[in-house]
Design a binder for this molecule. Sequence first.
Ligand code: LER
Ligand code: MN
Length: 269
Amino acid sequence: MKYGIAIGKEISPAAPLVLGGDFVESMKYAAGLGFNAVEIHVPKPDMLDTDALISACRKFNIGISTIGTGGMYGGEGLSLIADSENIISEVLARLHSFVHKAALLGSAVTIGSIKGNIPRNKNRKPYFNRLAANVRIIADYAATKNVTILLEATNRLENNLLNSARDVHDFIQEYQLPANVLILVDAFHINIEEASIENCLKDTGDRLGYIHFADNTRRYPGAGCFRFNLLAKAIREYGYDGVLSIECLPLPDSKTVAEASIKFFKETY
Ligand code: LER
Ligand code: MN
């Protein structure tokens, strides 16, 4: 099992990124605490200096597990189901560049918040068709570079589509998306959407690719009442041995969160 932690350039009490500031400094700090990987959240690919990141990976013996893309939606409203063709072109251009950089970094690329939201008064089917077509474009390109696309189940208050592990699994099946599209589940979203913590990982079939950790409060594991022991049991039963990554609010401060999180991982996994 690998332990990861979410980092970004700027952090705020309202967004689930733990470490902010210079990426190389964050990687050094995370590696020093015992994390094996960082996931880097950036809205634009040109914010990733691949040479500097690759040398930091070597120097500090840490990996980059995935590139988080949600800032495009949170900050600019860009999504893969936008009605505007210009927006879709922009998102696809950024995702192509993220995949190109992910291949250099040995990382995956996450599609989470950028699933967007289907307008309330509209027929939903065309939006699912659009999402599937655009995910396929990116996944086909990613496959040529051996990059995994992590399609995340996110709760209904943030995205009104693909909320549960089963939703994402059934979407992948229905549209026969390529084998490099895997499912990302997140304890914070599991707590809102799933009928059973014990059984929800099974709903991913053989496509479970990544797990985000935050408590029901979106704070670090232990700073809430999510039953992490049940999730640990489900992870063992599924046989998952990939990345477990902290994606929670930097509260009360980044250091407290990072230290409590690595302690939690080491005690539980
Ligand atoms: C993204 O990984 C996620 O979980 C969203 O809730 C972002 O806020
Ligand atoms: Mn998440």
